[in-house]
Design a protein around this ligand. Structure first.
Ligand SMILES: Cc1cc2nc3c(=O)[nH]c(=O)nc-3n(C[C@H](O)[C@H](O)[C@H](O)COP(=O)(O)OP(=O)(O)OC[C@H]3O[C@@H](n4cnc5c(N)ncnc54)[C@H](O)[C@@H]3O)c2cc1C
Length: 398
């Protein structure tokens, strides 16, 4: 992932006091700041980077995320810039083992939306600015202390901000989580992931997210805006910048055989290592966690950013209730009660998918494929998969 050089001077001075300090302006911090600003809560959003990241990363936006983004006022705009995909299939080479249709789900958005993360972040930032907010850059929170009245954050550059509450939306290696003394329990997968946005030639579907199971590892092929496709694959040791031949080799070994997909261009690529970890708590006094700071898991199913954005909207409602409507501070415990089990479920679900997908021996693979074909004929199973993948099971839907 490319990072911009640190700017020599901050873009805007920090206030001395604020109601909510949000640390980290990734998709989760941006959503939280916009949702709080829309509720009339005084927010200060800081990020240590001089500019927002401009890389593709998480490319899937699920139905439940679009539903909650309605409250921030950007669902329609996001749908307008993404690719609507009505179907998800699990395949073993040319055989479809399981087809999950999102049609008929109880939502205004019965599909998966494909949109690169930098575009989602741009839409969120525009909305935040329209509401009168912005990101203070580059400010790195170096330490946090709290007492009964509030939180004092000290920046690496020496400034301090006093806030009634602070939220760590500062990603997997969260400084906020560390200073709150909250553990991050879990482990790291042995494999790394290749990630590439490519142009493909050949008869490649643009109406479906395809997950290919293979003994060598899984590979996802999904359409993106502009006629591109996203490829995600597990490998033992991914090259730092996967190139055309790396991606082609993965597709040749694991993808369709009858209609070969030819990579004609790699537009962007990266590699990353995946962990499955969950914060031991989402709240320590006046400090709260959201997004990757609170949970990380396999990208199978594209749930990472989605779960984080949903955290942000849920937390904004509770902080708004406490700070604007006089609800007791204990209301904030409901945030963890609501959202931590969802993340635990996503960690379990994606872990199971990742392990099933990479089953190695031929006999286990045959048994897995046969079981999936049988399960795939049961409408209730397909619907449950669709509800899980779209995260509608987390939103009070049947
Ligand atoms: C290469 C790559 C590929 C990915 N692919 C997928 C995918 O295909 N599907 C999927 O679902 N997910 C994917 N993810 C994960 C997804 O990007 C994250 O789930 C998502 O970005 C989480 O958002 P966030 O806002 O919680 O954290 P982040 O996006 O990590 O944002 C955290 C922000 O906090 C800032 N920050 C950190 N520390 C401090 C500090 N001390 N002070 C101030 N600011 C700070 C950082 O600069 C950053 O802007 C990928 C991630 C990577 C890196």
């Amino acid at each position: 992932m490319s990072e911009h050089p640190r700017a020599p001077h901050p873009t805007s001075p920090l206030p001395e006091t604020t109601d909510v300090l949000v640390v980290g302006a990734g998709p989760v911090g941006l959503t939280l700041a916009a949702a709080l600003t829309a509720r009339g809560v005084d927010v200060t959003l800081v990020d240590r980077q001089a500019e927002g990241a401009n890389t593709s990363r998480a490319a899937v936006v699920h139905a439940r995320t679009l539903e909650v983004l309605e409250t921030v006022g950007i669902a329609d705009e996001l749908v307008g810039v993404g690719v609507i995909v009505p179907r998800f299939t699990v395949r073993d080479r040319d055989q479809a083992l399981l087809t999950v249709d999102f049609d008929g789900l109880p939502t205004r958005y019965p599909y998966t939306l494909m949109v690169p993360q930098n575009i989602t972040e741009e839409v969120l930032l525009r909305r935040l600015r329209t509401l009168g907010g912005d990101v203070h850059r580059p400010y790195e929170v170096a330490s946090l202390t709290q007492d009964g009245e509030g939180v004092t954050a000290t920046m690496a550059s020496g400034e301090t901000v006093r806030a009634r509450y602070a939220v760590g939306a500062d990603g997997m290696h969260s400084t906020v989580r560390e200073h709150a003394g909250i553990g991050f329990t879990g482990d790291t997968y042995a494999q790394s992931f290749v990630l590439a946005d490519v142009r493909l030639e050949g008869d490649v579907r643009a109406d479906e997210v395809m997950l290919f199971f293979s003994p060598a590892g899984l590979v996802v092929v999904a359409p993106l805006p502009g006629g591109r496709h996203r490829i995600v694959a597990t490998v033992d040791e991914a090259p730092e910048h996967p190139g055309l031949t790396d991606v082609q080799a993965v597709l040749d070994a694991r993808g369709p055989q009858e209609q070969l997909a030819r990579v004609s261009e790699v537009v962007w690529s990266s590699r990353f290592r995946v962990h499955h970890r969950l914060a031991d708590a989402y709240r320590a006094g006046r400090i709260l966690l959201a997004g990757d700071a609170a949970h990380v898991h396999s990208p199978a199913g594209g749930q990472g950013m989605n779960t984080g954005i949903q955290d942000a909207v849920a937390l904004a409602a509770r902080l708004g209730a406490v700070l604007r409507d006089g609800a007791p501070a204990g209301t904030l415990d409901g945030y963890a009660e609501e959202r931590r089990p969802v993340a635990a479920r996503v960690v379990r679900f994606t872990d199971r998918m990742t392990r099933i997908a990479t089953t190695g021996s031929a006999s286990r693979r045959r048994a897995r494929n046969a079981a999936l074909r049988v399960l795939g004929r049961i409408p209730a199973v397909r619907r449950r998969m669709a509800m899980n993948l779209s995260e509608l099971n987390a939103g009070g839907h049947a």
